[in-house]
Design a binder for this molecule. Structure first.
Ligand code: AMP
Length: 438
């Protein structure tokens, strides 16, 4: 369990109370899409373009500005369903462009009104992810501007726990946004104090939905349920994640009407194309020496190092700093402002090329320059492993993941990972060919 998200199965909810129309739910409507091994595009859709999705011209321009040449398969399969107004559960592996699916869909569907109303609410489990999603909305909305004043026609607001709620209240009152992105607790506080009006919501989105609705997230799940009750009946619900087991998928469905399920590569073993994965078996007291040796040896742009607790994160960060490595550390023990500040610094790569982090930072975070992930402390299960190593090798780029295996528990988790991925996780060789991960 991470330091950040505690909870258990004890407060399981009676989901049947969530919505009177639950009986209408169908479990069909599922698309399983299998993709070409070396590309993100399904074999029969290699020549599809963003133009074929009939998005608004302002979006096509922004897509172009951002250098997206072709939609990924998750985008090709999910955006059309989203534009048709379907409720959606989408599972696709990390780094394949899921964020752009809902960002582009909402920006396309949003009617631009003279008097803004909150039309879209996006929830996710960490402050950094909420901030990152806001940045994605901002970069794709940039051509929706008032031609005479140059003012942006679409406003976004991020609401995060650990920041001044008074400021949030004032901002929501004085400058009503169209799109709110938030963590569940702060969003609920603002709703309860009537600062966040949900009466006009048309789009309700949950990113990394298994993280907020799953069995280890009872607090967030309760918050989300309370928020859900307050939303208008007539709305579109979309949920996304890289990992969704049947239990969570069924929970998601209780929030939806006849959802379209889009599952990329389901039923097959998950692959992380382009990612070289190795393990190193060693005792605890040799980890620091080995880590330093690896950092000296590998050719990295930016590195993520995952550890199992806040204390270990701080200690390891200190050790690496003393060794002269440009590191930065983040975890739940820091204030929100500090976390966002460190996130920005690392994202822009200006000061630190190595990030030491707890699992707080694994999910959904997109850092283009990260090509190496090191599990200094092995992931506690195969899904956590997937989310951690998915920080490297994003959107078809190459990457390297190295896991330290120390305890019997680590060994067990390594076996789970090996059984889940097609690619092998071999013992790390003396030297690694740079071209395999750069
Ligand atoms: P995500 O899985 O949403 O975190 O996206 C992973 C990365 O892929 C982000 O840096 C996106 O900006 C990038 N990306 C998403 N869609 C595309 C696309 N169609 N072409 C190129 N890059 C993309």
């Amino acid at each position: 369990m991470t330091d950040d998200i505690k909870g258990g199965l004890s407060s399981l909810t009676n989901y049947e109370e969530l919505d009177e129309d639950v009986d209408d739910l169908h479990l069909s409507n599922t698309d399983h899409i299998h993709v070409d091994e070396h590309s993100h595009v399904p074999t029969n859709l290699h020549h599809a373009s963003f133009n074929s999705l009939s998005l608004k011209p302002e979006l096509i321009r922004a897509i172009d500005d951002n250098g997206f040449e072709q939609p990924s398969e998750v985008q090709l399969q999910t955006i059309p369903a989203a534009l048709l107004g379907c409720d959606i559960i989408c599972q696709a592996k990390s780094g394949m462009g899921k964020t752009a699916v809902f960002v582009l869909s909402v920006l396309h569907l949003l009617e631009i009104e003279e008097t803004p109303k909150i039309r879209c609410l996006v929830l996710c489990h960490t402050r950094e992810l909420a901030y990152q999603i806001q940045q994605e909305f901002n970069r794709f909305k940039k051509h929706f501007v008032n031609k005479s004043t140059g003012e942006s026609l679409i406003k976004t607001k991020v609401v995060l726990g650990g920041t001044s709620i008074t400021k949030d209240k004032k901002a929501l009152q004085s400058d009503v946004p169209h799109i709110v992105i938030g963590t569940p607790g702060r969003t609920l506080d603002l709703i309860r104090s009537q600062s966040l009006n949900l009466d006009h919501i048309k789009y309700f989105i949950i990113d990394e939905c298994d993280k907020v609705l799953g069995p280890h997230s009872s607090d967030m799940r309760n918050d989300i349920q309370t928020i859900f009750y307050k939303l208008p009946r007539n709305k579109q619900v979309m949920m996304f994640s890289a990992t969704l087991d049947d239990e969570v998928r069924n929970i998601c469905k209780y929030f939806m009407h006849n959802p379209r399920e889009i599952i990329i590569d389901e039923g097959k073993k998950l692959r992380l194309d382009g990612l070289q994965q190795y393990c190193v078996k060693l005792p605890e007291n040799k980890k620091n020496e080995k880590l330093i040796n690896i950092l000296d040896m590998v050719d990295f742009n930016q590195v993520f190092i995952f550890v199992s607790s806040v204390t270990r994160a701080n200690t390891l960060n200190g050790i690496l700093n003393d060794e002269g490595f440009p590191t930065i550390v983040t975890h739940s023990g820091l204030s929100t402002e500090e976390r966002i500040e460190r996130f920005k610094k690392f994202k822009h790569g200006s000061e630190a090329r190595i990030m030491v982090s707890t699992d707080l930072f694994q999910r959904g975070m997109d850092f283009k320059s990260v090509n190496v992930v090191i599990n200094y402390d092995m992931a506690k299960d195969e899904d956590t492993y997937l989310h951690r190593v998915g920080r490297a090798g994003r959107f078809g780029t190459k990457g390297l993941a190295i896991s330290f295996i120390t305890t019997a528990e680590d060994e067990k988790n390594l076996q789970l990972v090996r059984s889940k991925f097609v690619v092998p996780v071999d013992e790390m060789p003396e030297s690694i060919d740079k071209t395999t991960y750069r």
